[in-house]
Design a protein around this ligand. Structure first.
Ligand code: ADP
Ligand code: ASP
Ligand code: MG
Length: 303
């Protein structure tokens, strides 16, 4: 299981690099990918929702920014005209749906509409990454997590129904071809009635952990913009030191205390299932990163 955060897919160059990392992983492993919205896109959608409520949203400007950002990301498909055209069509359809959604929500500030708006970033990214993988000759498809992650209706930070999710995930994965790479939208779930929910900011870490646990993954590789977990946030503390390995259960407790920069629930499913995590930098993939190893795991993993 590979998870790429928004900072890992923030530019066309990075999307290309991520696709290379995935292709390399497919040479030795069966791979499932979870991806976030491009860096900044979810913040933009949150700001758009707030502006809509205050009556100050400039909708054409919002749509133009999202179009321009994703067209720039889709440059990674230059040389693959049909794939690029197909992605740009998806982009336009998604923007049309977003515009309609914002029109409805202007008169009906139901929090369910907010989650539907926030989910747009992941819904724009997963099809792009799947297309880039296809351009590299890998069978890949984008999978909207509304079909996989079953939640309650606590919009903004929905709670996952593990048993319902397990059933859906296992039934879904049984139909995925052995050499096919699903690219799943992080952050998103759905109520039993099929309304989109979100798992809370930074929720793609949790999505990836859930899928890794339910599929019995060998490892969750969490690719981000720093080369591991540090004693403190390395962007704020220059003296922060990187951990080479941590005991997963200990990291779980620190993460619940907000010390590791991941979604609060991100390690819960992994502790329960005993699945190791390798945190690595997309910007420096050659670095060793940080291993989170279940207490009873063979230490040789962190070679
Ligand atoms: P992504 O786009 O990959 O989801 P995030 O911004 O959500 O990235 O998470 C990575 C960030 O987490 C790092 O850039 C870092 O600033 C922050 N962070 C906070 N605490 C820590 C920590 N203890 N160790 C490493 N990174 C941390
Ligand atoms: N895109 C979502 C967010 O910005 C989820 C994530 O990045 O994990 O919160
Ligand atoms: Mg994140």
């Amino acid at each position: 299981m590979l998870k790429f955060g928004g900072t890992s897919v923030g530019s066309a160059e990075l999307v290309a690099r991520v696709a290379d990392l995935i292709v390399e992983a497919t040479t030795t492993h069966r791979v499932v990918v979870v991806v976030s919205a491009a860096a900044g896109v979810t913040n933009e959608l949150v700001a758009a929702w707030d502006a809509l409520q205050q009556g100050t949203l400039d909708m054409p400007a919002l749509l133009a920014r999202l179009r321009q950002r994703h067209r720039a990301l889709a440059q990674v498909l230059s040389g693959h005209a049909a794939l690029r055209r197909s992605y740009l069509a998806t982009l336009e359809e998604t923007l049309v749906r977003l515009a309609r959604l914002l029109e409805v929500a202007r008169h009906d500030p139901d929090p369910a509409w907010r989650d539907e708006v926030l989910a747009v970033g992941e819904r724009l990214m997963a099809p792009l990454l799947a297309a880039v993988l296809r351009a590299r000759g890998v069978a890949a498809f984008a999978q909207d997590a509304i079909a996989l992650i079953c939640t309650d209706a606590q919009y903004g930070e929905a709670n996952v129904d593990l048993e319902a999710t397990r059933e859906r995930v296992q039934r879904w994965f049984a139909r995925v071809g052995r050499h096919t790479v699903p690219v799943v939208t992080g952050f998103i779930g759905a109520t039993p009635e099929g309304r989109t929910t979100t798992l809370g900011r930074g929720g793609s870490d949790y999505s990836a952990a859930l899928l890794a646990a339910l599929l019995g993954a060998e490892v969750l590789e969490r690719w981000t913009d720093v080369d591991g977990l540090y004693t403190e946030d390395p962007r704020k503390s220059p003296d922060a030191r990187r951990y080479q390995t941590l005991v997963l259960e200990e990291a779980w407790a620190w993460n619940h205390a907000g010390k590791l920069g991941m979604h609060r629930k991100a390690l819960d499913p992994l502790v329960a299932a005993g699945i190791p995590v390798h945190i690595r930098s997309t910007l420096a993939p050659e670095r060793p990163g940080t291993w989170l190893l279940p207490a009873d795991a063979p230490q040789s993993l962190a070679g």
